[in-house]
Design a protein around this ligand. Sequence first.
Ligand SMILES: *Cc1c(COP(=O)(O)O)cnc(C)c1O
Length: 370
Amino acid sequence: MKAPLLDLTAQYKKIKDDILKATLEVYESQRFILGPKVEELEQGIAQYCRCKYGVGVSSGTDALLISLMAAGIGPGDEVVTTPYTFFATVGSILRVGAVPVFADIEKDTYNMDPQSLKGRITKRTKAIIPVHLFGQCCDMAPILELARKHDLVVIEDAAQAIGAEYKGQRAGSMGDLGCFSFFPSKNLGAFGDGGMVTTSSDSLCEKLKIMRVHGSSPKYYHKLLGGNFRLDALQAAIVLVKLPCLDGWTTSRQANARRYCELFADKGLDEIIRMPAEKDGRHIYNQFIISVPDQRDELREMLHEAGIGTEIYYPVPMHMQPCFEGVYGKKGDFPIAEHAADKTLALPIYPELTDEQQAYVVEKIRAFYA
Ligand SMILES: *Cc1c(COP(=O)(O)O)cnc(C)c1O
């Protein structure tokens, strides 16, 4: 028995014919950059995320970068985000010359704590980037309330949360801009890099569309500074094939999450291992994250030897990353994020994971703590 963290070949086998047909169409058209496939995907994602517009871009990272640029964030501005995220969130803030300011996370969801956010807003704050980590939305009501009060732009990092809901609203539709990634390991993955920005603002949409082609409008007349942030037609064609499958895959991920909780409870393991907290709303389980009391790294090693794939998201909080040399915080500043970095472990949760594989994973963990 084996249980990889993610097995994309299982998914590919089921949709292979449609993928080949869709990519062949792109080859025959010889239109590779933007074009009708990208437009079709933009409409599909906008509708799925219940936003007015989708703007296809080159990656989730570039979705964040172009969003900050379109929102006019730059040198001297502060952007509040979470220290417990993928590096892209913070890297993008610094790449526009702004300063990342961190707010600690909630213990149970690992998402930005609105209470901590409140204390981090200053006169220089211009934007907030809440990250809907692991597939569950942040507690957006108080975040949006603070944004309104202080006139801040809200850019949702929804790279892990396509289709997630908070109080009936979809990830990417609550802030001014929503950023999505089609990196292969996300719930809706391309066969390479790709991303999307969602917005319901006419003016932001127009700016994003100009900025992703080096700010040119019309062609060769550059009215803004942008970059090459274009999505290519092959990736769009592939994601378009996958989009109608997404809700079914999400249902399977949710069923796997429930099954883990039952299996852990059956073995009495829920006393020592913390299951993910599922708040009201729709959790799409991009990752299934447990928190273990001790010996996390030894457990991981043992699972690896048993053919079970796991990952640590993320072992080093952003304020402690070596490239920042302590400029944006030091050890001890964000204790909940630091604790999470030491204790959490991602288990396999992909839709095609079988009951037998899940039982095997849980049995191995039981044996470790026995
Ligand atoms: C994956 C991810 C990104 C970056 O997306 P890419 O497409 O890999 O550039 C940004 N933020 C979060 C939270 C992510 O998980």
